[in-house]
Design a protein around this ligand. Sequence first.
Ligand code: ADP
Ligand code: MG
Length: 259
Amino acid sequence: MKKTKVICVMNQKGGVGKTTTAVNLATAFAAVEHKVLLIDLDPQGNATTGVGKLNLKYTIYEALLHLKPFEEIISKTFLPFLDLAGSNNELAGAEIELVPVLDREKHLSIALKHLKSNYQYIFVDCPPSLGLLTLNALIACDFVLIPLQCEFYALDGLSRLLSNIQTIKKTFNSNLKILGILLTMYDKRCLLNQQVAKNVRDYFKNIVLPMEIPRSIKIAEASSHGKPIIFYDCKSAGALRYLELANYLLTTFNWNSQV
Ligand code: ADP
Ligand code: MG
């Protein structure tokens, strides 16, 4: 089997489509029989409920804080090829509880080491901050996928985010690469969206993934039903674009070419 790819979906801004992207890519990959683990690293637990899971016995909190074997916190989902390491608001304490702990930034990476061989792809849905949980994700992963909403301040936060990634790459994880920037919640009729998308593409060139995820009420509806859009309404514009993205990553994308 090929080397497992660990992809974290991050942006320190909230509400930009991280969870939606992580959930839909993880389910789309699993639907075509790639063995996938989805890790919910956000105390809000939206990726967990996003694949229809509630009331988990164990969460990622036990793996990170109490070093409970990762296998024991993983649960099955509605898709045979998709497993979940879920979270809930208990994880909110982890940012502080991890502070005095030895190797606190490496717990996820250590926990994943012997588990990796069970999966082809591991998606990590990050919280909207650059705290210890996100640091754990950046050290454990090989690729960073950055959803970006095409709004006025987008570029501002993005430069800071990219320079943080470079710092982690130099200090903790020389393997780290940027998978790409994904333009989300894109409304082609909105002039500001068009301008920001153009600026981002002109400036960041091929780091920007070729398709934009459209703004779609169906996507918001799907999350409130605990379903990924690709299973809630597979013919909606949002679902088609996420499927197109998944297909592009699985067939055309050159994983070795990234910076
Ligand atoms: P994040 O994880 O970055 O906070 P989410 O993926 O949870 O962002 O998205 C924030 C909210 O916006 C959610 O209610 C989600 O359903 C909704 N949403 C996400 N992507 C889209 C989209 N393309 N169009 C419309 N609503 C979206
Ligand atoms: Mg989220």
